[in-house]
Design a protein around this ligand. Structure first.
Ligand SMILES: *Cc1c(COP(=O)(O)O)cnc(C)c1O
Length: 227
């Protein structure tokens, strides 16, 4: 019951904002996902490929699956048939691998570029310069089976909320810059509309700073005792 209550609470907070809720279900059992589904929450985020595949197989097919964790090239093939959005693209090489697998099954896979905004060195992601390089590269134009639809970022894990807010603002500002660049250049497979930012500890700030996708796990499902 608490899962439903928590989702209802978040949905109230999101009402009137541009943000949609992604329930981060990593490490959680199928029953928890079913309870969320019954609360009409049908976008799930997972950070491990095998776990996402296993859950996708047994749950209703109207669920949107978002990969939010680091993706290795050799795992791309397993998720490309069903994934709705890959949040964690952090190289041109990975984009090419996704495009290659997607082309084989005639799908277009939506992707976000993960941008490094935190002051921690444990987080994956691209610098702003690297992201611009990808958007402006000639190679990108030949990838017909991927579409870059936005950016993702993780703020520093800290109680220093002014810092978290600054990091989200930075991502939003960069989003606007990149949007201008890509529209100016009329790059066909880039259409920036999503900003994936905000987790259990900081999603209210993220919404205020223009998030369109909040990724919330522990606030809905309780703490995770394994990584
Ligand atoms: C685990 C995870 C989340 C959710 O974290 P919570 O603090 O439990 O809400 C969000 N984004 C990413 C990339 C994650 O790995």
């Amino acid at each position: 019951m608490t899962i439903k209550k928590n989702i209802a609470k978040i949905n109230k907070q999101l009402a009137g904002s541009a943000a949609r809720l992604i329930a981060v279900t990593k490490t959680k059992p199928i029953e928890d996902l079913q309870e969320a589904y019954q609360a009409d929450c049908k976008i799930f985020g997972e950070n491990r490929v095998q776990e996402m595949v296993n859950k996708w197989k047994v749950l209703p097919k109207d669920i949107e699956w978002h990969l939010i964790g680091h993706l290795q090239g050799n795992k791309v093939k397993e998720i490309v048939p069903f994934v709705s959005l890959i949040h964690s693209v952090d190289s041109m090489k990975l984009l090419k691998q996704i495009d290659f697998q997607a082309a084989k099954i005639n799908r277009t896979v939506n992707c976000l570029l993960q941008i490094y905004i935190a002051q921690e060195d444990t987080k994956f992601g691209l610098s702003e310069e690297e992201a611009i390089e990808i958007i402006e590269s000639e190679d990108l134009k030949s990838l017909h089976n991927i579409k870059i639809v936005g950016l993702m970022g993780m703020a520093t894990f800290t109680e220093n909320f002014p810092q978290v807010r600054r990091e989200f603002k930075k991502l939003k500002t960069f989003f606007e810059v990149l949007k201008t660049v890509s529209e100016h250049r009329q790059i066909p497979n880039v259409e920036l509309k999503e900003i994936s930012m905000g987790m259990s500890g900081d999603y209210l700030i993220a919404i205020e700073e223009g998030s369109t996708l909040v990724r919330i796990g522990s606030f809905i499902f309780g703490n995770r005792y394994i990584a």
